[in-house]
Design a binder for this molecule. Structure first.
Ligand SMILES: [Zn+2]
Length: 442
């Protein structure tokens, strides 16, 4: 009974505070400043030194009265952060807000802006990590801090985790946290990077928000052709380079997908005709990119020597539910040349089930997006790249990827490029959406 009175009081005060609502102009400006400071820390992976970024987020949380713990997962400053905000129903497993602090390297000579300047120009904030994924990290952080400051107790515990190592596969980041600190997380849901809103990425002329419910499977192969070396002046039919080129051509003539894929069918039902761009191309079929070629004798390779060995690597991405062993067998059968060895150089891909769209959290995400964007269509998608969410999906957690901003195809393509940026107005709207999701009932 005492508990009941206490809970009622708490709930009442939460309602009063919530009615007052955040001071949005102030919140937006603070979050934008914080994002600039965050992007200015060059948390490049490797080496994934995230001590400074972790301290920045930790001090923001501390100011709001939320204690965050830092864990060193490896040398060179690899640091992960975890914090928790208690919820109303503590018997329920938490919602995990997952974000990564590391960013991919830059070739500064290719950038027009300072890649770690976080300058605001032409309505956009420019810099490495602005899109992938420091902006979403700040939306999650801001949402959590607003709940705390306004005295809004979330439906269940929210755990906030910032990791140091997503961009090289997550071994010292999300995977390390799963292996060493699972009991501090043990979530039912995870929200991570993934889909965005767009008027041209998915289909042209219609606003669509994609919420990712799965990632494609990552499979890396090496082709190694062995032939007969000799003098370049006298071509021979067993030139390793010729053998490799033929093998690549045959491998790339692979089946795009063995069977109709349920998630692709659902996306078609939701938006009709897909737009034609590399993102949509990638999320509706299995793909192969040739990512490296290595051959020649001597360094630099001699132009008049036919080598006996030539190698290539293929980055293959398979739709959920596709069998990777069958895929590799198919590639081998197509190459059909005993002089070519096909070797798997990545670990076996994760293929978790699609996260259900029939959950209170998915509905809350969709509702909050619609409140800000009444004309938006919302669909579940698969993302072409790997995210840490799948490490949790493998453990039965429902994982949703959403960066709640409206981004055009050209801007989305700047992820990992030398002109990465986000529109500032969309970052600000994203803060509203994220806060609304976190305060909802799920
Ligand atoms: Zn990312």
């Amino acid at each position: 009974m005492k508990f009941f009175v206490f809970a009622t009081l708490l709930f009442a005060s939460a309602t009063v505070a919530a009615a007052a609502g955040p001071n949005w102009p102030q919140v937006e400006q603070h979050a934008l400043d914080l994002l600039q400071r965050y992007v200015r820390i060059a948390s490049v992976n490797p080496p994934a030194d995230t001590r400074e970024t972790a301290k920045l987020l930790q001090s923001e949380l501390a100011e709001a009265g939320i204690e965050a713990t830092l864990y060193q997962s490896g040398s060179d400053g690899k640091t992960n952060l975890i914090a928790r905000l208690p919820g109303r129903d503590r018997t329920q497993r938490p919602l995990l807000l997952l974000n990564h602090m590391d960013v991919v390297p830059v070739d500064a000579s290719r950038w027009k802006e300072n890649p770690f300047g976080a300058e605001i120009k032409n309505g956009s904030l420019w810099g490495r990590g602005s899109l992938d994924m420091k902006s979403t990290g700040i939306m999650q952080l801001t949402g959590l801090i607003l709940l705390k400051r306004l005295g809004i107790v979330p439906a269940r515990d929210i755990v906030f985790v910032s990791t140091c190592d997503e961009e090289t596969g997550g071994v010292m980041g999300a995977q390390w946290m799963i292996d060493h600190h699972w009991n501090e997380m043990n979530p039912e849901y995870v929200m991570d990077e993934g889909g965005v809103g767009s008027r041209d990425v998915y289909t042209s002329g219609k606003l669509v928000f994609g919420i990712s419910v799965d990632d494609k499977q990552v499979l890396w192969l090496r082709l190694r052709a062995t032939g007969v070396s000799g003098h370049g002046s006298q071509p021979n039919p067993d030139n390793a380079n010729d053998i490799l080129i033929r093998a690549i051509e045959r491998a790339k003539d692979f089946p795009r997908s063995a069977k109709p894929n349920p998630i692709v069918t659902e996306m078609h039902d939701a938006v009709g005709t897909f737009a034609s761009n590399k993102f949509m191309n990638a999320i509706q079929q299995n793909t192969i990119s040739v990512t490296s070629l290595h051959s020649g004798v001597g360094e630099p390779p001699k132009a008049n020597v036919i080598p006996s060995i030539a190698e290539a690597t293929l980055d293959c991405r398979l739709l959920p539910g596709e069998n990777f062993q069958e895929f590799v067998s198919e590639i081998k059968a197509r190459i059909n040349d005993p002089r070519v060895i096909v070797e798997q150089i990545s670990r076996n891909p994760d293929d978790p089930p699609l996260s259900s769209t029939n959950t209170p959290l998915y509905k809350a995400i969709a509702d909050s997006i619609r409140k800000e964007n009444p004309d938006a269509a919302i669909m579940a998608i698969v993302v072409p790249f790997g995210t840490d969410a799948s490490k949790f999906r493998m453990r039965g957690v429902a994982g949703y990827g959403i960066m709640p901003m409206i981004i055009d195809a050209a801007t989305l393509a700047t992820m990992h490029s030398d002109s990465e940026h986000i529109p500032v107005d969309q970052f600000k709207r994203g803060l509203h959406i994220y806060f609304d999701i976190l305060r909802s009932d799920w």
